[in-house]
Design a protein around this ligand. Structure first.
Ligand SMILES: Nc1ncnc2c1ncn2[C@@H]1O[C@H](COP(=O)(O)OP(=O)(O)OP(=O)(O)O)[C@@H](O)[C@H]1O
Length: 258
């Protein structure tokens, strides 16, 4: 397992329990979706996997070891695990040129030679080299999400954690960003862990699915089985509740998981 949650429990300071007994593991190169209703604890779990918060009980492990607690020890982890957020408008600093934004993790991790790495990352997400000299507000939502993905892959991570990476985008842009994420997985062997309420996105991108209900895992397994043949009433309700866009098929009964 490259990333693992082992019997994880969590509460925010002064708050009620948000996660309880959560266990799952992600195999290198595979993709996993975290799904569940609003407030089920998906984003919180992603924060724990990123090391932004520590579990109240249990442990998060990267390559079999608990996440490092000191800044110095965390450096290799930070290089391996990068993130993409939901909103490509608020996640990019409008006052900085794209080149500087994409170079941010390179600076934070003490890399030399930023320019060629930024150029390679922009190229990998399908943006022209001169993008680096421009500002985020010169770009569309889909292009901004490409910039955010370029920033995440600039340090050549092994794991990408994404919180609703396409939910702020219109349908055709969404499809193109999904294709890009699928391509990056294939070409770079990236492991992907993604929070999404959009089960069609999950079906097209994720090998495995973990279903969270009120902070507990109620079902997990290959996406084709979980979405195509759900065992739990909660999962069935979740599938029934997703809005159907005209012309967009619901998740298929069987999905290629290999
Ligand atoms: N910083 C915080 N402090 C206190 N409570 C929080 C904080 N962030 C989230 N919560 C609470 O934790 C619970 C889980 O929230 P979380 O955002 O993880 O759910 P989610 O499944 O990602 O929901 P959504 O799909 O609506 O984004 C909610 O009850 C929420 O109110």
């Amino acid at each position: 397992m490259i990333l693992e949650a082992r019997d994880v429990g969590f509460r925010y300071p002064g708050g009620a329990e948000v996660l309880s007994g959560v266990s799952f593991g992600v195999t290198p190169g595979r993709s996993m979706a975290l799904v569940g209703e609003s407030a089920a604890g998906k984003t919180t779990l992603l924060r724990l996997l990123l090391g932004l918060r520590r579990p109240t009980s249990g442990a998060v492990l990267f390559q079999g070891r608990p996440l490092p607690t000191t800044h110095r020890a965390a450096r290799p982890f930070r290089q391996h695990v990068q993130t993409v957020f939901q909103d490509p408008y608020s996640s990019l600093d409008p006052r900085q040129r794209v080149g500087r934004i994409v170079a941010e993790p390179l600076r934070a991790l003490g890399f030399a030679d930023h320019a060629p790495r930024v150029a390679a990352a922009l190229d990998a997400v399908g943006l022209p080299a001169d993008t680096a000299d421009r500002y985020p507000d010169e770009f569309s939502g889909g292009q901004r999400q490409r910039i955010a993905i370029a920033r995440a892959i600039a340090v050549e991570p092994t794991v990408l954690l994404a919180d609703e990476p396409v939910s702020a985008l219109d349908v055709s842009t969404k499809v193109r960003i999904i294709d890009l994420l699928a391509e990056l997985r294939a070409t770079r062997g990236l492991t992907l862990v993604m929070v999404s309420h959009d089960l069609a996105v999950v079906a097209s991108l994720c090998d495995e699915t973990v279903v969270l209900e009120h902070g507990r895992v109620v079902e997990q397994g290959p996406t084709g089985e979980v979405l195509g043949n759900p065992r739990e009433p909660y999962t069935r309700r979740l599938i029934a509740s997703i809005p159907r866009l005209p012309g967009v098929e619901p998740p298929p009964a069987t999905v290629q998981t290999g």
